[in-house]
Design a protein around this ligand. Structure first.
Ligand SMILES: *[C@@H]1O[C@H](CO)[C@@H](O)[C@H](O)[C@H]1NC(C)=O
Ligand SMILES: *[C@@H]1O[C@H](CO)[C@@H](O)[C@H](O)[C@H]1NC(C)=O
Ligand SMILES: *[C@@H]1O[C@H](CO)[C@@H](O)[C@H](O)[C@H]1NC(C)=O
Ligand SMILES: *[C@@H]1O[C@H](CO)[C@@H](O)[C@H](O)[C@H]1NC(C)=O
Ligand SMILES: *[C@@H]1O[C@H](CO)[C@@H](O)[C@H](O)[C@H]1NC(C)=O
Ligand SMILES: *[C@@H]1O[C@H](CO)[C@@H](O)[C@H](O)[C@H]1NC(C)=O
Length: 459
């Protein structure tokens, strides 16, 4: 009896149970799904447990926009193959929670404060032994309506440099890193106690908020580290993170996807809410109304950082907005007709880089055990789509893809986790797949053979 009780307790906290994972995969293909109030499209998309950061233990593992789940000791399952050894981890995450990108063009009913978080910005000589260190300086954002008249309308009294990380995002980063250490450091012995250039390779986008996230996550991983660490970056003009390189065909897909009948239907279903918002928030300008991105961003940033929604937005309206955001991500990256070709051009170069690095570990020409990339929703979304994700809700703050490389009897295997759980994929079971099979399945459709040719319009 006792062991039965223990067993059921163990089952209850296991993240890899279908009910928990189901929260990532609601039925949202139909444009009408966002306004449906019954059936399996009627999920709540309002971020749970968001204000305090870490959600309740019972709910941990469920989709949570403000602080997405990640590999964590109490919910992490070892592979069934007991003799397998983990040899490397490639980990791509979105930054942690932040202030808004999009505040209302004529001002907000709240004043965003970021004065409890200091964005350090300074440079210094590489030779720190013989040359003077810089003074440590940080950005201190202010607005003063007595000298800058625009301060009265646009974000009055803010101390945030939008979309900077918030102190809550930094705290979440520390938790994220500490949890990764518990799994990949303590439990699996993969991560080194001290990060060296031979074993650890870190990369970020060129944006401040991914670097600020790295500062938190890496502190969680290595609490006593005193040295500075390199965060590898590419030239912003050609960065494969963010898909910044020139590519006309990718741009053509970006210009086309909102012109489809499904997308028009999506906007039409939500037209009454849009009309109401245009008046309420003085947002009758095109960039607020071509999709639901900006309202999502504005409301998410409020809820994730402890601010109320605007008084005129009730839970039903907020839920509809968040479901509209989920619908748009799923349509853009998974269900639209051109999705596969689009993703290849959007993120195929980045995928090629991730695969090449893993291939070097398999070939024995690299000793990198840990490759961590700090990126954006616009990177995590096409990455999960390239991995065949069955349904894509908006990849929330700190959402992550783990590509675990394992070795069993001289054979290498991959295990793909999305937000700490096996990804449900149209490519088949990616929870244990031979490395070579994985690479051909994944890169066959996701990496351009000749990106210059394929980027030409109508190639
Ligand atoms: C969980 O779902 C998978 C398929 O998605 C199925 O094969 C498996 O039987 C389910 N497990 C349980 C306990 O329902
Ligand atoms: C949603 O419901 C439909 C029909 O009721 C079913 O076919 C589908 O599998 C369900 N989807 C999920 C994710 O449970
Ligand atoms: C900004 O703060 C000042 C000083 O606290 C206050 O007088 C002013 O009303 C505030 N402005 C807005 C637009 O909230
Ligand atoms: C798909 O791509 C083709 C070729 O670029 C374009 O003509 C078409 O409008 C696109 N369709 C959608 C739904 O984006
Ligand atoms: C938005 O602006 C357009 C064009 O200026 C106008 O026709 C429309 O009535 C406005 N809508 C709202 C809700 O204010
Ligand atoms: C690794 O080995 C494979 C198979 O032997 C080879 O095709 C590939 O070029 C090698 N790749 C790297 C990055 O060394």
């Amino acid at each position: 009896m006792r062991s039965a009780a223990l067993l059921s307790l163990a089952t209850a906290v296991l993240a890899w149970d279908n009910k928990t994972i189901d929260t990532f995969y609601p039925d949202i293909v139909d444009p009408e799904a966002v306004v449906q109030t019954s059936g399996n499209s009627s999920y709540s998309a309002i971020p749970v447990g968001s204000v305090g950061g870490t959600p309740d233990t019972e709910q941990y593992g469920e989709y949570n926009y403000c602080f997405m789940p990640h590999p964590r000791d109490d919910t992490y399952e070892l592979p069934a193959e007991k003799d397998a050894q983990i040899v490397a981890l490639t980990y791509v995450q979105r930054h942690q929670k932040r202030s808004a990108y999009h505040t209302f063009p004529e001002g907000e009913d709240i004043a965003y404060s970021c004065s409890d978080f200091l964005p350090f910005l300074y440079g210094g000589p590489a030779n720190r032994a013989t040359q003077r260190d810089p003074v440590v300086v940080y950005a201190s954002t202010y607005s003063d309506e007595s000298v800058n008249p625009f301060s009265t309308t646009h974000d009055p009294n803010t101390t945030c440099q939008f979309p900077q990380l918030t102190s809550g995002g930094f705290a979440d980063g520390i938790t994220h890193g500490r949890d990764l250490w518990a799994v990949y450091g303590d439990k699996l012995g993969l991560l080194p106690k001290y990060p060296t250039a031979e074993t650890v390779w870190l990369r970020s986008s060129t944006k401040a908020l991914t670097q600020q996230s790295a500062g938190g996550v890496l502190r969680g991983l290595w609490p006593y580290l005193r040295d500075a660490l390199p965060l590898h970056q590419q030239d912003e003009q050609i960065d494969s993170i963010g898909s910044n390189f020139p590519c006309d065909q990718r741009d053509a897909y970006d210009a086309a996807w909102k012109k489809s009948d499904e997308f028009k239907k999506h906007m039409e279903v939500l037209n009454p809410l849009q009309t109401k918002f245009k008046t309420a928030f003085k947002t009758n300008v095109s960039d607020w109304n071509s999709d639901w991105d900006h309202y999502n961003d504005n409301f998410q940033a409020r809820l994730c950082n402890g601010y109320p929604l605007p008084p005129s937005v009730d839970d039903t309206a907020a839920n509809t907005v968040f479901k509209a955001g989920d619908w748009e991500y799923n349509y853009h990256y998974v269900t639209q007709k051109n999705a596969t070709d689009y993703i290849k051009l959007k993120t195929g170069v980045f995928i090629g880089e991730l695969v090449a690095q893993l291939q070097q570990v398999v070939n024995g020409t690299s000793n990198i055990k840990y490759h961590h990339v700090f990126a954006h929703d616009g990177d995590v979304a096409p990455l999960t789509a390239s991995l065949g994700i069955k349904t894509l809700r908006w990849p929330g703050m700190g959402s992550n893809v783990a590509l675990e490389l394992w070795k069993l009897k001289n054979e290498h295997y991959i295990r793909v986790l999305y937000s700490g759980q096996p990804i449900r994929s149209n490519l088949g079971d990616l929870s244990w797949i031979k490395f070579d099979d994985f690479v051909s399945k994944w890169t066959g459709q996701a990496v351009p053979k000749n990106v210059f040719e394929e980027c030409k319009v109508g190639n």
